[in-house]
Design a protein around this ligand. Structure first.
Ligand code: THU
Length: 141
């Protein structure tokens, strides 16, 4: 694994420590690698109205959007697990997050690599593998 991916996974793991997950007890961290080498990270943010929960990947992408950096996103790393056992197994983005990553893939014209990290290593999937036959901006034309 490259040093840059290691750095990205470390940032995702650190972000998971800041998860606000009092209902599920499941902590997730996500980190985005930008083209200039900087990293934007985030954690899941739950709500007493459970369905309003925001996943770590979604919060990270919203942060990048708010900073005007959506078009600089090159890669995403995600890691999670029960509180105190982050990385015990691999986490792949939920369906809603895959659709949100699809928007980034269209903006960047790139099949974003998603690094699903765990204590034993990292499984890397391209978005097209996670969300084949995706609905996207092209469908609106
Ligand atoms: N979660 C994420 O943050 N990302 C995912 O890809 C899967 C699930 C969060 C949502 C919720 O706070 C907790 O994990 C349990 O589902």
């Amino acid at each position: 694994m490259s040093a840059q991916i290691d750095r990205l996974i470390a940032a995702a793991r650190a972000a998971a420590q800041n998860a606000y997950a009092p209902y599920s007890g499941y902590h997730v961290g996500a980190a985005l690698l930008l083209s200039d080498g900087t990293i934007i990270s985030a954690a899941n943010f739950e709500n007493a109205s459970y369905g309003m929960t925001l996943c770590a990947e979604t919060v990270a992408i919203a942060k990048a959007s708010s900073e005007g950096k959506l078009d600089q996103i090159c890669a995403l790393a995600v890691i999670g697990g029960p509180n105190g056992q982050i990385g015990i197994h691999s986490v792949t983005p939920c369906g809603r997050c895959r659709q949100i990553i699809k928007e980034v893939a269209d903006i960047t014209a790139s099949d974003i690599p998603v690094h699903c990290a765990h204590d034993g290593g990292c499984d890397t999937h391209r978005l097209s593998e996670l969300l084949p036959h995706a609905f996207g901006p092209a469908n609106l034309k």
